[in-house]
Design a binder for this molecule. Structure first.
Ligand code: ZN
Length: 49
């Protein structure tokens, strides 16, 4: 059993970004907080690319 198997309808991240959280490709790091920025150029701290 895979615990990550749950319906897309119940996946908030999927509804927002159109893909599952583990499918998002992370690249650059944020200059402000040092965390990874997602493929859309957004960081959790609110700083964009
Ligand atoms: Zn940041």
């Amino acid at each position: 059993m895979a615990d990550e198997e749950f319906p897309k309808e119940d996946d908030t991240h999927y509804q927002i970004y159109g893909k599952r959280a583990w499918e998002v490709e992370y690249g650059e790091k944020c200059e402000k907080c040092g965390k990874r920025i997602d493929e859309f150029g957004f960081c959790a701290c609110g700083s964009a690319g």
